[in-house]
Design a protein around this ligand. Structure first.
Ligand SMILES: *Cc1c(COP(=O)(O)O)cnc(C)c1O
Length: 371
């Protein structure tokens, strides 16, 4: 089955094979593996030794985003969140539920966040200490400019929290050039092509130390994870880790390196996206984004105008042909969404487009233009 969803992604057989081994997390065979993963992740983020630390957290992307918000923003603190789409909405909700004060910045759902609009919003409210930015908005497929928005925050003396869950490993990120970034969060199961179960933060050590005591949660406190590492070593966990998942993740990182790292991954995903984007247009369908703002991670396609359109039936017809896509959508108007990430190639995307042509025929969809 070809999984074309934005996580968990299709994985390579080597990664699934690595799940076969059991480990005791405190054992001397496991500790160097785990400490090594922290180093490898730090290098991918271009973190600086001694200035940045990798702080892993069991679980999914929401957990690391909430931990980042709780750790770096004090209770009652304000963060500006460009309302880029459904994943920014999730950050807004979890910040609010954690007792922080999200300040949504309304922006177009079909364009990158304008750094000038962020600058104006920050200048208008000196009480906003942070910007919370979704790097690749999985809801829309638009990529937002972390370097440009970070430069604005830096100039105005504010800090940045980056949700890079669907970006990290594929889109460029250079923490050494962006000291205004407190933390970037991501998971094992998207562009790094591991299996789900682990989330990661790469954070500034001076800020983690300064923010001890903010979190109001023991489980979701990145400064507690840091303090534990200082006390018990970088190969040790506070709580039981998904050890098999981490071993598979280490194999996924081997494959990442062998492919040529972030630039190679971006090139492959971009080729996947182009093959798919052009393919669905040739079928008469309409992608939601114009090509100049379409990011490489996820493509939303407008639901056809034909009254016979039914998303679940379309998903079922594709699944019968070996291709699985999401059976829900996160755009304002009805659409279907396809992930271009994971251990897949342009040939797989071409196969998916062919399956979609057949599925549209099976459903009797004649009017394929957007409703
Ligand atoms: C997938 C994703 C998340 C987190 O999702 P989980 O289901 O919690 O792993 C957060 N932000 C973005 C942009 C994502 O794509």
């Amino acid at each position: 089955m070809l999984l074309l969803i934005p996580g968990p992604v299709t994985t390579r057989p080597e990664v699934r094979e690595a799940l076969r081994y059991d480990f005791a997390p405190w054992d001397n065979d496991f500790r160097p593996l785990y400490a090594g993963i922290r180093e490898r992740v730090l290098r991918i983020a271009h973190g600086i030794q001694g200035e940045h630390a990798t702080l892993p957290l069991q679980g999914c992307g929401h957990f690391i985003t909430e931990a980042a918000v709780r750790t770096f923003i004090p209770l009652g603190g304000k963060l500006l969140i460009p309302a880029t789409g459904s994943y920014a909405d999730r950050m807004i909700r979890l910040a609010r539920e954690a007792g922080r004060v999200p300040v949504p910045l309304a922006i177009s759902p079909v364009a990158p966040t304008d750094p000038d609009a962020v600058a104006a919003a920050l200048a208008a409210d000196p009480g906003i200490g942070h910007v919370g930015l979704v790097y690749s908005e999985t809801g829309s497929g638009v990529v937002h400019d972390v370097a440009a928005i970070g430069a604005v925050a830096r100039r105005l003396g504010r800090r940045l929290i980056v949700d890079a869950v669907s970006a990290f490993g594929a889109l460029p990120l250079d923490l050494s050039a962006q000291p205004e970034i407190d933390v970037v969060g991501f998971t094992s199961n998207k562009c790094l092509e591991g299996v789900p179960g682990m989330a990661f933060a790469v954070a500034r050590i001076d800020r983690v130390e300064a923010c001890a005591g903010n979190a109001g949660s023991w489980s979701l406190d990145l400064s507690s994870i840091y303090a534990h590492a200082l006390r018990s070593g970088w190969g040790s966990f506070r709580f039981t880790p998904p050890a098999q998942v981490l071993n598979a993740f280490n194999t996924a990182l081997d494959l990442f390196d062998a492919e040529g790292g972030q630039p190679a991954r971006l090139a492959r995903y971009t080729a996947n996206m182009r093959t798919f984007y052009d393919g669905v247009r040739n079928l008469g369908l309409t992608p939601c984004l114009p090509p100049q703002v379409q990011g490489p991670i996820i493509v939303n396609v407008s639901a056809p105008a034909d009254p016979a359109w039914d998303l679940q039936r379309f998903v079922d017809a594709l699944k019968a042909r070996g291709v699985l896509i999401s059976n829900f959508y996160s755009t304002e108007l009805p659409s279907f969404r396809v992930g271009c990430i994971g251990a897949i190639t342009p040939a797989d995307m071409a196969r998916a487009v062919a399956a979609m042509g057949e599925a549209l025929g099976e459903l009797g969809i004649a009017q394929r233009r957007a409703a």
